[in-house]
Design a binder for this molecule. Structure first.
Ligand code: AMP
Length: 217
């Protein structure tokens, strides 16, 4: 089953992706991760993408096309694909359909994680991270045992530079702007499933499993 997962920062997309990969044995295709890896390794793609990523802009569609073709050439996708952070534009969505069709595949289901903006702001601004071991806490939902101190390694916790209301607003606007065309494209195909992300992890995943069942019918 080939699934696309869409969700703003703070909707729990990362957690749900991990659970989907584990349950269905599908491969995770995250263009963000692939681009970061290319930048780190100084590849041609990395050199092309670097500036756009630093400015928080979208990397050109041609570059994304190339990394996707390269990724899909690997023969590890029999159980399906979980696409995360891709497609981000209408052109990428159309391109993906063409690439998948050439492999005898298609997008089966689009999971759209929805969360009220106020809840999202609370989730993100309450987040504290450990600069040393990268553990993540939340001042209300998952506080450390000692305020401001990492349970695991004892380091002083910090608020990430981009976990502020102002920065989140910018990221949310960019998110809505870039996803609305993509969601509209798949809505026309009748495969978008809106998931209420303001529930426990277990319940969100249960709803996702049910939605995937409906897509498979
Ligand atoms: P992410 O981790 O998905 O938020 O991606 C980090 C950055 O990589 C984004 O801000 C973009 O600059 C770039 N990026 C990732 N995926 C795409 C995509 N599908 N199309 C264009 N740019 C992308």
């Amino acid at each position: 089953m080939n699934i696309l997962i869409i969700g703003a920062p703070g909707t729990g997309k990362g957690t749900m992706s991990e659970k989907l990969i584990e349950k269905y044995g599908i491969v995770h295709v995250s263009t963000g991760d692939m681009l970061r890896e290319s930048v780190k390794n100084g590849t041609e793609v990395g050199k092309k993408a670097h500036g756009y990523m630093e400015r928080g802009e979208l990397v050109p569609d041609e570059v994304i096309h190339d990394i996707i073709l390269e990724r899909f050439a690997q023969k590890d996708m029999e159980n399906g694909i979980l696409m995360d952070g891709y497609p981000r534009t209408l052109a990428q969505a159309e391109d993906l359909d063409t690439i998948l069709a050439s492999l005898g595949k298609k997008v089966d289901c689009v999971l759209n994680l929805e969360l009220d903006e106020q809840v999202l702001i609370g989730r993100i601004t309450g987040r504290r991270t450990c600069p040393n071991c990268k553990a993540i806490y939340h001042i209300q939902n998952m506080p450390p045992k000692v305020e401001g101190i990492c349970d695991i390694c004892g380091s002083q916790l910090v608020t990430r530079k981009d976990d502020t209301v102002e920065s989140l607003r910018v990221r949310l606007d960019a998110y809505h702007e870039s996803t609305k065309d993509v969601i509209g494209y798949y809505e026309k195909q009748g495969i978008v499933k809106n998931i209420n992300a303001d529930q426990s992890v277990e319940k969100v995943f249960e709803d996702i499993t049910e939605a995937l069942g409906e897509c498979n019918d």
